[in-house]
Design a protein around this ligand. Structure first.
Ligand code: ADP
Ligand code: MG
Length: 338
């Protein structure tokens, strides 16, 4: 149930929507592709589903070549289930009828189809909703019916294109938990696509950061967060500040301070500093607050001061005012490679 994508390229007119993309998703893993709107995520998913034909490159699903070298296996023969942002349920059918539909279409008796559908409804914890129509369900419940129907289609590979984008924030967090549980319970391989890096970090075993049709970095979320491969990944994943600094023997000179940094390379480098590595310190670097946002548990702020052009992102446990003067010390950073 692995997904292997090898040098995949897709052009629309003069636009490279997917540009030489390669990755390998082992079976039973949840792989998230995250990137800004328009970067080519949906095109990538549609190529894997068989809804688009690549210009170049190959796709292998569960060890079987499905696209490339002049071959293009039709979508219905790829055994992939696709869940889009809109749920695409039949409005005139009940929940169980929606899920039984793929079985009935394959010629199972109605009784058999319903029994199998009931199993999948338990997998998504909707067994008590079998006789409802989609209109009588919440957004999250409809999304679960769509998932159950994927399983009924015997999909062992599930492709999801921003399935949570339409949901309220609190429901989205709940659905993240449910999607992860669904993935683990059903034993499928999941490719999940989103523009929301927080969602990707919460769900992924492995995540790929995509921009302008290309993959910028692939790795576990913690690794991408702690050790971004370049400035674009650093800017896209979480908050932090890129600062030019002289690095020597694992120490960067930043605002007159000697800051221990990871990533070994001496010289004038770009150092990436997360808010967690910056504290208020009365003998620290003087700066002025340029923006502040209350986030419930803390305040997110930016500051500016002498010697550094960039606005620096910080988190504070107490409120500050715009224009207020504070002092900061830096406790760590990551030296960007290259
Ligand atoms: P994302 O899902 O990351 O927002 P898409 O894969 O939908 O991005 O689109 C990537 C780029 O390819 C966009 O610039 C989009 O306009 C273009 N594109 C996508 N599908 C088509 C198509 N069928 N014809 C022409 N251009 C397309
Ligand atoms: Mg899209």
């Amino acid at each position: 149930m692995s997904i292997i994508v090898d040098h995949l390229t897709k052009t629309f007119g003069a636009h490279q929507a997917v540009d030489d993309v390669s990755f390998d998703v082992p079976g039973n893993k949840l792989f998230c592709v995250v990137g800004p709107s328009g970067c080519g995520k949906s095109t990538l998913l549609r190529l894997i589903a068989g809804l688009e034909v690549p210009d170049r490159g190959r796709i292998t699903l569960d060890g079987e070549n499905v696209a490339g070298d002049g071959l293009s296996v039709p979508p219905e023969a790829r055994r992939v289930g696709v869940v889009f942002q809109s749920y695409a349920l039949w409005p005139h059918l009940t929940v169980v009828q929606n899920v039984a539909f793929p079985y009935e279409a394959q010629g199972f008796s109605r009784q058999d189809a319903y029994r199998r559908a009931a199993d999948h409804l338990s997998t998504v914890a909707l067994q008590d909703y079998a006789t409802r129509r989609p209109e009588a369900l919440s957004g999250g419940q409809r999304q679960r019916v769509a998932l159950a129907r994927c399983l009924a289609g015997e999909a062992r590979t599930i492709l999801m294109d921003e399935p949570l984008a339409n949901l309220d924030p609190h429901l989205r967090a709940e659905m993240e938990t449910e999607l992860r549980a669904f993935h683990d319970r059903s034993g499928v391989t999941t490719l999940f696509i989103t523009h929301d890096q927080r969602e990707a970090m919460a769900l992924a075993d492995v995540m790929a950061v995509m921009d302008k049709g290309r993959i910028l970095q692939i790795g576990p979320p913690q690794e991408i967060y702690a050790r971004p491969a370049n400035a674009n990944v650093a800017r896209f994943i979480g908050r932090g500040t890129l600062i030019e600094a002289i690095v020597e023997d694992g120490q960067a000179r930043i605002c007159g301070q000697s800051v221990p940094v990871n990533g070994s390379a001496d010289g004038t480098r770009t150092v990436f500093i997360r808010p967690a590595h910056i504290q208020i310190d009365n003998s620290g670097w003087p700066c002025a607050v340029t923006s502040v946002h209350y986030r419930g548990s803390h305040w997110e702020a930016t500051v500016q001061g002498d010697g550094i052009a960039a606005e620096i992102s910080i988190d504070l446990p107490q409120p500050v005012r715009i224009g207020e003067n504070i002092q900061l010390s830096f406790a760590g950073g990551w030296v960007l490679p290259g």
